[in-house]
Write a new protein. Structure first.
Lengths: 430, 380
């Protein structure tokens, strides 16, 4: 694999312009998408599509995916392709289920991190020290972790009251939640503050009510583990781009031999990266345990891979990863609402509107052939909206994967993974 | 010959030893007696019935291993064999139950459908790779989950047998003409006695055939040569006139086609299935990835790995009654796999370094061979 140097920032051809910058384009797309959702909400008369309740659940389901994405981010930035996130999350769930049952929710969070770190270090032993192919090692971790989890569960939970090989007896208490005062009616020293966002949401105004629903969802009864998850994104972004350690981590992923020649220990950096990766993945598992209040076998259910997809979707950047996780978390969250069928149907309408807008845009740009393809998709989606009485949940299940596949297919040329990730490196190599 | 076998089995033996040690430690920590555990395991597998069951279980594992190995040989990591076989089994099971054909045509028809569906699904990843430069690992993982969702959707909405009511969804039972008979009569002809109610499933010869075809294709055909060349040195392959895009497409189709057959032993020859449904085993594709790694992509190695895997599963089944967690089998499998992967890598690097040093010594008489950097990261 030859390392290609295409480090030019995207969209920086010629003079940098605010309008042409990626950030601006993403912002426009997000705002347009939001307006489309709002329109679909009004047309289908389904306020739950953008209600604070739906966004709240979406945030909760996004957190483990986001942590898995963060796990992929630090691993790959430091040069290890981490297919084993799924297994590390499983390690996190079993330790979180164990410590949560013995010592309470905060220890569950810590236990998840410890379990994940064990998985991360084990994989790093294979990939960094022994130079095993990263995909091979990740596959191995994914096969091993469920076995270890089952063994631990059979030892610990089998004889406990309410426990079994597949479930822990349940956590001691819950981790607690936090509501922002003044915005969403949180308590302030025992005084109930006004709920401004709730009032705005109830008005049902185009876009404004939806924005209020989003803001209220993100600020109402947010559990502390989710608050920490959000904080971690800022932490990791600061670490990777504003701290010496972060620079060295990225150095190990981009140019290990150059890093080595400047006195940075590539192996130490890759171990640190994998330990952090395991910690985030394991914490993702713990968040799942805290959500369902107990360890359950197969609780991770592909979220590790989804996190990986999120990170690729987000172009190996924290902000993009967070956005992808939010999108996928929302898609998963609506399946937990009272009327998921209606929500999916409304979402189909939103997708149809978005696709039609895309066709119009493409026609304006005079790219007729792609416009035709998208038009077919738009027609199918519109047909699905009109025909489906209550769509199958499975179609929601596959949405994130389809979106990622499309995003990767469209943007594969623009995506920029760390230059030398996935290549075992030893001292003396070029 | 012996030298070769010894070399090939050194790393697996080391891995097996460390797996036994790690599992024993796990047993001791959890307050169990490892000696008692391994004695009980041996007692469980030491019967004709167990041998037949182990063979039956290892057949789908073997096919899954070969499916993964086809891609691995070219450094194409087809992580999506799981989705490929689930979708293939669903559609083949549905199609097989819908048509009526004479027995000699019915089974090949089902196999063909499975091969085409599995191969086509994997081909999507290939097309995305050659046209849009999408990483195969990423696309096969995504296609995996898409296949799982699509097959659940198709089963619930279209392919479900209406007569089996309730919460369980499955396709119609395969008609008599699409079933492979058990192999018991053949073995009984040679004076081999089966215990009652024990059947050696009829898919075994087809699995062996798959292995033979894989071996011949890989070692005795131009395609196999190009495949190995592309895997070992893509630049040399390109220089030798191998079209990399064509190779990616063919390899992924073949890998998916073999993966499509993973579910067939259940559909065609396992009397407790003979249909696709909610109870269908779902993780064999992932297991197959591990087995291909264990067997080093060699058909015999994968067969050995599949039998070891099935043996461990069978051996641990009766540990529960004597108070030892049967889950120790998972620890055995997992530690075996990870140690094997590491041991292979260490042995390979040692051999490579030795080969390079020998070649250097043979060609450069006037100069001393350049010192090789230590491959294991330890300063030499």
């Amino acid at each position: 694999m030859t390392a290609t140097i295409d480090a030019q920032p995207v969209g920086s051809s010629g003079r940098p312009s605010v309008l042409a910058s990626t950030r601006f384009r993403v912002l426009v797309i997000v705002l347009l998408g939001f307006a489309v959702m709002s329109a679909a909400r009004i047309i289908a008369d389904n306020p739950d599509l953008t209600s604070s309740g739906t966004f709240g659940v979406g945030l909760r389901t996004a957190a483990p995916i986001a942590l898995a994405g963060l796990a992929g981010l630090v691993a790959e930035r430091s040069g290890t392709v981490n297919i084993g996130i799924e297994g590390m999350m499983v390690m996190g769930t079993i330790f979180a289920g164990w410590w949560g049952w013995e010592y309470g929710p905060w220890m569950a969070l810590l236990g998840g991190i410890v379990g994940g770190i064990l998985g991360g270090l084990l994989m790093s032993l294979a990939t960094t020290t022994f130079g095993v192919n990263h995909i091979v090692a990740g596959v191995a971790i994914n096969l091993i972790a469920p076995g270890v989890a089952r063994f631990i569960a059979s030892e610990l939970f089998l004889d406990a009251q309410g426990g079994s090989v597949t479930t822990s007896p349940g956590n001691k208490g819950s981790i607690g939640a936090f509501t922002v005062p003044f915005l969403s009616g949180g308590d302030l020293f025992g005084w109930q503050s006004p709920d401004i966002l709730g009032w705005l949401e109830d008005t049902g105004w185009f876009v404004i009510a939806d924005a209020a629903g989003l803001a209220k969802g993100l600020t109402t009864a947010v559990t502390w583990d989710v608050v920490i998850t959000i904080g971690l994104f800022f932490g990791v972004a600061y670490l990777l781009w504003h701290m010496r350690l972060g620079l060295r981590l990225r150095f190990a992923g981009e140019r290990p031999s150059a890093a080595d020649s400047l006195g940075v220990s590539v192996h130490t950096m890759r171990y640190i990266g994998m330990a952090m990766s395991g910690a985030f993945a394991g914490m993702g598992g713990a968040v799942l345990v805290l959500f369902s209040n107990r360890y359950q076998e197969n609780q991770v259910a592909g979220r590790g891979f989804l996190g990986l997809a999120t990170m690729i979707f987000g172009n190996w950047m924290p902000a993009g990863t967070a956005m992808g996780a939010g999108l996928f978390g929302y898609a998963q969250g609506i399946t937990l609402r009272t009327n998921p069928g209606d929500l999916v149907r409304t979402l189909l309408l939103a997708a149809a509107i978005a696709l039609i807008l895309l066709v119009v845009w493409m026609l304006v740009q005079q790219s007729y052939a792609p416009a035709g393809t998208v038009a077919v998709f738009a027609a199918v989606t519109l047909w699905a909206y009109l025909a489906a009485e209550s769509p199958n949940n499975q179609l929601v299940f596959i949405t994130p994967y389809v979106v990622t596949l499309i995003a990767v297919s469209i943007g594969a040329q623009r995506l920029r993974p760390p230059a030398e990730e996935g290549i075992p490196w030893f001292k003396g190599m070029q | 010959m012996f030298e070769k076998i010894w070399r090939a089995s050194l790393a697996p033996l080391i891995a097996a030893a460390s797996a036994i040690i790690i599992s024993s430690i796990a047993l001791i920590i959890s307050g169990n007696d490892p000696v008692e555990a391994f004695r009980e395991m041996w007692k469980t597998i030491d019967s004709t019935q167990s041998v037949v069951i182990i063979l039956n279980v290892s057949v789908p594992y073997y096919i899954a291993g070969v499916a993964a190995a086809v891609g691995f040989k070219m450094n194409l990591f087809n992580i999506g064999t799981n989705g490929q076989y689930l979708l293939a089994a669903l559609i083949a099971g549905w199609a097989g139950a819908e048509v009526s054909l004479p027995p000699l045509l019915h089974v090949p028809f089902v196999i063909l459908v499975a091969i085409v569906v599995g191969g086509t699904w994997a081909l999507i990843a290939g097309i995305l790779n050659v046209t849009r430069n999408v990483n195969v690992v990423v696309s096969t993982i995504m296609l995996n989950y898409i296949a799982i969702g699509v097959s659940a959707f198709l089963l619930a909405e279209f392919f479900r047998d209406e007569e089996t009511g309730g919460l369980v969804a499955n396709t119609k039972l395969m008609p008599e003409s699409a079933r492979l008979p058990a192999l018991n009569p053949i073995f009984e002809f040679f004076g081999f006695d089966f215990p009652p109610n024990v059947e050696l499933f009829g898919f075994l010869p087809i699995a062996i055939l798959v292995g033979v075809v894989y071996y011949v294709l890989l070692n005795r055909s131009l395609f196999g040569y190009e495949l190995k060349l592309s895997g070992l040195n893509p630049a040399a392959a390109l220089a030798a006139g191998v079209n990399p895009k064509k190779m990616v497409l063919i390899t992924l189709f073949l890998s998916g086609a073999v993966a499509g057959m993973i579910g067939l032993p259940f559909l065609l020859s396992d009397p407790s299935f003979l249909k696709y449904g909610d109870a269908f085993p779902t993780m064999i594709g992932f297991t197959g990835l591990g087995l291909a790694l264990l067997g080093r992509n060699h058909p015999v190695g994968i067969a050995a790995a599949a039998i070891v895997w099935a043996t461990i599963e069978r051996a641990t089944q009766r540990l529960g009654p004597i108070g030892i967690p049967p889950e120790i089998g998972k620890i055995l499998q997992g530690s075996f796999l990870l140690s094997a992967v590491i041991a292979y890598e260490v042995v390979r690097r040692r051999n490579d370094a030795a080969a390079v040093a020998a070649a250097a010594a043979a060609t450069q008489h006037e100069r001393p061979p350049p010192s090789e950097p230590s491959p294991i990261g330890v300063p030499s």
